[in-house]
Design a protein around this ligand. Sequence first.
Ligand SMILES: [Zn+2]
Length: 268
Amino acid sequence: MKKHWVIGLWVLTSLGCMGRATVPSSRLLPEGARLVDLTYSFDEKTLYWPTSPSSFELKQLSHGMTAAGFFYASNTLCSPEHGGTHLDAPIHFAEGKMTTEQLPLERLIAPAVVVDISADAAGNPDALLQPSHLVAFEKEHGRIEPGTIVLVRSGWGARWPDRKQYLGDDTPGDASKLHFPGISREAAEALVERRVAAVGIDTASIDHGPSKDFIAHQVLMKADIPAFENVAAMEQLPTRGALILALPMKIRGGSGGPLRIVAVLPPA
Ligand SMILES: [Zn+2]
């Protein structure tokens, strides 16, 4: 424990001295471990639900030299909670359940498994994760332990940020003709049984495009299980072995929020 503290302090001191180009990040991680960013940048192309009244806005307040002779930049930002890479807190679909700031870190920082349904999704844009996928996964890769973050990979990330390709329809204000993969009610129930920490997906919603009752949201969130949506770069993750750090903006009373999610990959 003491040794880690010393290393941590050394890294912090070094960060201050060296600037960002030469950050010795590996000193914090096991030899050969790698960091992967699973987050889309927020900008004017960020996708929000078709019925969202607004999208991401960044307004410049200052950018330039001040009268005092130093450079100064600052902006204001405005964004719906649910769009881009983001968190769904349990209260999003379950009254009385946890809001964004109440989520314990154990649900946000945990080992991950990646369940790949991209073969099904390639032939069916409305493909659903089924309990059979979980059973097949466990047969090949071992049990999904309680406290695991389960990431569902459909391959939809390759379509981001093309609205029509990614959501299946680009009619403004209309969410009735969407097509993209998601999680079935039965698979959501199976994930609750396994007491997973959280669930993530590389599409706009854990419920597939045609869903009208958002049943996967309802089932998982009733069990206080949060979701991460529009997760990027899932193809870079191993089936097992990554550690996920999914840290949303800590909004008190939030039903979700913009999320910075990264993975620590074990040494190859
Ligand atoms: Zn959401």
